[in-house]
Every structure is written in C-alpha cells, then in structure tokens.
Design a protein around this ligand. Structure first.
Ligand code: ZN
Length: 244
C-alpha cells in the first residue's frame, strides 16, 4: 500500500480529515510520512495531534513546532505567525508537548529522508532554487528526500554534472520513480499558498514506483470561524479561503 505524504498541517483538522479520507478512498495508505509544521497558525493543535496518534505516523519537527515548544525564538516570525505560536504554546497540553518534543529534525524511512526545510538548515531554509537543491543532494544519502516549509507542490531531479531541474506538480501529477535522485515537496495540507485553497498531499507508492500529487477541497469556512472564535489573528482564516 502507498505511503501518505503530508507536510505543514498547521493545526487545521478540517484539512487533515479531508486528506485522510480522500487518500483512504483513492488507494488507502499504511503509513503517514510528515515533513513537519504539525502545529502553528491554526485553531486545532490538540485534535490534529490526537488524530495523528491513531495512525502509523513518521514525522520530523518544523520551525512552527519548535516555536510552539519554546525551542526557537519567534523574533524572525512575522507578527501574525508569532502571535499564533504564542497561542499554540499556551494551548498545548503536557502530553501534546511531549509528543512534539519527541520529533527529530531529520529522519530516514526506507528510501526517503524527511526534513522540514533542508538538510543543511532543517528549520529555516526554503528549498526552491537549483543551487539549494544541489546542496541538498550533496548531503542526501537516500534516493529521495521529502521537504516542506514552502507550502508548494514540486520536485527537483538530480542531474549529475549539471544543475538540478525543478518541476511544479499539479493535482494528479504522477512521477515514475527510477534511478534519478529526487527532492519531493507534497505541498501544505493545512495552509496552501499557490492561490488554490484545496488541501495538498502526495501518495508515494513504492511497489508501483510512483509518486502522485493530489488536492482535496475541505471546509475552510469552519476553520476560519474557529480561528476567529479562538482569538487568533483573523487574517489566518482569510488566507485559507484564498489559498495564500
Ligand atoms: Zn509551514
């Protein structure tokens, strides 16, 4: 069965629920791989964490997870993100904190290395250029790495002796896996930023040697209302409706 690959859930339980049910209806999955930012921005950290704990779940921590734990200063966050990090820190139960604290920054799973930003800067780097992809491949010891952080669906192909090539993925894009090493980004489940509000995920099918990107609509109006009701900055709800 394929692995469900997600990232940047950002405490959005409506989006996570829609992704789990869409992936379940499509092919099913036996493990969930996550490239970090489970919490931050959104109104439901506890529900997201408890849902993940019912699954076979392999994850790394992202910058928003570390900020909510107080392990990272929010001085480099924008004011809205910093306010959300403070709210999340106050909301987390000791059990939820312990779970987030157990997550490493880099983790290998079969042919895959999981990291939130990049291998040379797991918490901070937005891996989007050929030069950055080159640096990633130099540190990558597995055929594939999965990154998040930029909230965009894409992949880089390694070309030994040449520059890595970036390709944008869309809903339904399928990539045949071969000997070429890859960096893959599943996009963001809980806060897409490419102008399409639908939640993003990826299915990694080792047996069929394919990766497929998907999107699914979810009830972002409910998430937005919860953001307002909990006193989080209203913009965090507005942006979900627009996918930015
Ligand atoms: Zn994020």
């Amino acid at each position: 069965m394929p692995a469900l690959v997600i990232s940047d859930l950002h405490s959005n339980i409506e989006a996570l629920t829609a992704v789990l049910s869409d992936a379940g209806a499509r092919s099913g999955f036996d493990v969930v791989l996550c490239a970090g930012d489970i919490v931050g921005y959104g109104p439901d950290p506890a529900a997201v964490i408890s849902t993940l704990q019912t699954l076979d779940f392999v994850a790394v921590a992202g910058n928003h997870d570390l900020a909510a734990l107080g392990q990272m200063s929010t001085s480099e966050f924008n004011p809205v993100a910093a306010a959300a990090a403070e709210w999340t820190a106050m909301t987390l139960t000791p059990r939820d904190r312990a779970y987030l604290e157990s997550l490493p920054l880099i983790r290998e799973y079969d042919a895959i290395t999981l990291v939130h930003g990049s291998l040379r800067s797991p918490e901070w780097e937005y891996l989007l250029s050929a030069e950055q992809a080159d640096a990633q491949f130099a540190l990558q010891t597995t055929p594939y790495s999965i990154v998040g952080h930029s909230h965009l669906q894409f992949w880089f192909e390694e070309h030994p002796g040449g520059a890595p090539v970036m390709r944008t993925a869309r809903d339904g894009t399928t990539l045949q896996l071969g000997p070429t090493r890859l960096i893959l980004n599943p996009g963001s489940t809980g806060q897409p930023r490419d102008g399409d509000p639908r939640a993003e995920y990826m299915l990694y099918d080792e047996a069929a040697a394919t990766v497929t990107w998907h999107r699914v609509a979810y009830d972002a109006q409910t998430t937005r209302r919860k953001i307002i009701d909990t006193g989080l900055p209203p913009w965090l709800g507005e942006r979900l409706l627009e996918g930015r």
